[in-house]
Ligand binder design. Sequence first.
Ligand SMILES: Cc1cc2nc3c(=O)[nH]c(=O)nc-3n(C[C@H](O)[C@H](O)[C@H](O)COP(=O)(O)OP(=O)(O)OC[C@H]3O[C@@H](n4cnc5c(N)ncnc54)[C@H](O)[C@@H]3O)c2cc1C
Length: 463
Amino acid sequence: MIQPSGAGPVLTGATVEQLRTRLRGRVVCPTDALYDEARRTFNAAVDKRPALIVRCAGVADVVAAVKFAREHGLLVAVRGGGHNVAGNAVCDGGLVVDLSHMTAVRVDPVARTARAEGGVTWGVFDRETQAFGLATTGGIVPTTGIAGLTLGGGWGWLARSYGLACDNLLSADVVTADGDLLVTNRDHDPDLFWGMRGGGGNFGVVTSFEFRLHRLGQIFAGLLVFPLDRAHAVLRRYAELTSTAPGSLAVYGALVRLPDGRRVLGLRVCFNGSAGHGTKVVAALRDLTPIQDSIEPTTYGEVQAGGAVRYPFGQYHYWKGSFLSTLPDAAIEALLAQFAAAPSRHSQLVIEQLGGAISRTSPEETAFAHREAPYSLLILGIGETPDEYEAAASWVRNAWNAIRRFCPPGVYVNYLGGEADEGADRIKAAYGPVTHQRLAAVKQQYDPGNFFRLNQNIRPTAR
Ligand SMILES: Cc1cc2nc3c(=O)[nH]c(=O)nc-3n(C[C@H](O)[C@H](O)[C@H](O)COP(=O)(O)OP(=O)(O)OC[C@H]3O[C@@H](n4cnc5c(N)ncnc54)[C@H](O)[C@@H]3O)c2cc1C
């Protein structure tokens, strides 16, 4: 007997067996040796125990899993890359529709498009597309799933050149709450297609994504490291440079500790162009005599692969995210003061440069609501143990209280924590009032019963 949740229905062995016969993939139950591995996600602070994990092998399995959950009144979680810190990819009790084994990618080098299944990660996607010198905007860590990232918007090194991941989405196949498959694009179910580009996993299970690709030439990229006592001056220069920089340049700043414990400011630079042009563009930062400068001609594939080691699976994460409209001296001082109090060696403050092509798409075009923001701000509390996690989380909350006065309302939906911690207002702020209202209407049309509710949830209009 399997108890899906406290008040939920009881599943007999025979019922689970019935589900097994409907699948090409496998069902993982709490008694299986695989169970602990299958319920583990990126954030070690997430410790949930689903009743069933359906490791789907294809679209038919997704349809079968959704219909089974419906028949038995089970809470449903959807897992792509399993990277989201909020931990909505798994559930206590209930059924996980796990796409992590659906990892096929097909590239059409002539049409410059790629179709990728819902469990693909950016590492896999980049490997397949870079084989043809092609790429689209993706996340900067290879283990992140294309699904969650794209559905929430999705930025990375190429976003200032080519827009968000969701701006490069041409079509998506979606299994709805009724178990129907919809092929969505600008012409078919356009409202749903609009909502899925920023509205997260609220509308169904996306089994495959079709992206537009771009031909990439040389990339000029690497890391500049500055001692903390020069961080203020460097961040001031960063603010000047990023306010006028071309879209081909993206610079992310991070206040971090080196493995030897030294606190530093790191600027990770990615220029989408030749070394000759890039050298001139980044000169203003290099002039400030970094203690490390690894900027060199490279390829996009190499830049992306480098992201793997920085954020491994299995650490404890607590985040607060927001945006910055400008980076005045007072904000820089506040960031430095808060970083001085960071408790664990992994905790950090990150500024991601947005703008460029992101801001050139009109806000009505997709459900991503924060196109005007020039920077994203992340306060990352990261620990190796539950104790370190508690200290890191408390630091993040304090730092957020000190810094939030510099932040406009709004937060990136993909950087939100769990609903209980963030609160309904932050979730609404992630979509913005106008977009949220339109999303609620789309939710009402495609998922009126809120079957898909383990996400940054948009309640259907009528509720
Ligand atoms: C270390 C790290 C680095 C990151 N870097 C970036 C970055 O560079 N750029 C950026 O924009 N974001 C970044 N993010 C945030 C990232 O976009 C989100 O965590 C995103 O949700 C991850 O997608 P996933 O598929 O791996 O997540 P999951 O945890 O699998 O899914 C998250 C949610 O997305 C929905 N979902 C997932 N798959 C599907 C599907 N197939 N169909 C329907 N709904 C689905 C579900 O609601 C699920 O709860 C980063 C996160 C981490 C932890």
